[in-house]
Design a protein around this ligand. Structure first.
Ligand SMILES: C[S@@+](CC[C@H](N)C(=O)[O-])C[C@H]1O[C@@H](n2cnc3c(N)ncnc32)[C@H](O)[C@@H]1O
Length: 237
């Protein structure tokens, strides 16, 4: 079973809560709102949405939000709002057609090259003509400058240690996460594998999917694990 089926459990939910504060989420949501031109009444897809920290902000901007995620634990902790509907689903199986004015996808590169490219087509299909998508990913350039790293952090009574390795040849980023918490003898340990691509490859793959890359910007906040890239793409009218 692929890592993402088990990684996003209850412990991860707690870790995400303490690592991404409400003020960090507000900064991120305003950045996304500006670039996706989110206004009252717009339809937005947040996929994967996690427990809906961005979805809630989009709903408060007056948007109608669809949040899609695979993790039971994430959706059990979902932020509720009358303008948000959540669906538990593998994002690779989404079948939306020209429904959304904007798509936000926080997590890209989780799948095989083929599935990552296919997902871009799924997003393109789900967008209305003229709609915009913002995809977040890590930056290959940033990782290549520091292909191996380790980091420690203390958040809300948890000690979090991660070891990261980036393979310049394959573009594969692998990380091991350990979380210690008071009262627990053994750390929570999980492995992650994410694929990264150059901006030129993203541009080509987005184009093949029917989307035009209009900007590749630094993400508005850092998660202590690099800044990464925010790719902004548009579906031509
Ligand atoms: C790093 S979290 C980000 C969640 C949220 N967007 C945020 O920023 O708080 C990545 C999310 O991707 C979800 N995910 C991973 N693989 C998935 C898949 N195949 N289909 C749907 N969701 C998936 C996980 O359950 C998790 O909630």
């Amino acid at each position: 079973m692929a890592w993402f089926h088990t990684f996003f459990d209850k412990e991860y939910v707690e870790m995400l809560r303490v690592r991404r504060s409400n003020s960090v989420t507000s900064i991120e949501a305003k950045f996304i709102q500006k670039h996706l031109r989110l206004r009252k009444g717009k339809n937005v897809l947040d996929a994967p949405c996690g427990f809906g920290r961005h979805a809630l902000k989009f709903a408060r901007f007056g948007c109608n939000v669809t949040g899609v995620d695979l993790s039971k634990a994430m959706l059990a902790a979902r932020k509720r709002h009358t303008r948000i509907s959540y669906e538990r689903m593998d994002i690779r199986r989404m079948k939306f057609v020209e429904k959304f004015d904007g798509i936000f996808s926080s997590s890209n590169g989780y799948f095989s090259d083929r599935d990552n490219r296919k997902l871009l087509k799924t997003f393109a299909k789900a967008l209305k003509p003229g709609g915009r998508a913002m995809l977040w990913t890590f930056s290959v350039k940033e990782r290549a400058a520091k292909p191996e790293s380790r980091s420690w952090a203390k958040h809300g009574g948890r000690y979090i240690f991660s070891e990261q390795k980036f393979n310049l040849r394959t573009g594969l980023y692998e990380a091991k996460w350990y979380v210690w918490r008071a009262g627990f003898q053994k750390p929570w340990m999980r492995k992650v594998q994410v694929r990264g691509y150059s901006v030129a490859t993203w541009r080509r793959d987005l184009k093949n999917a029917g989307l035009k890359l209009i900007a590749a910007m630094p993400k508005p906040t850092s998660d202590g694990d690099g800044v990464g890239l925010a790719l902004l793409a548009e579906k031509p009218r």
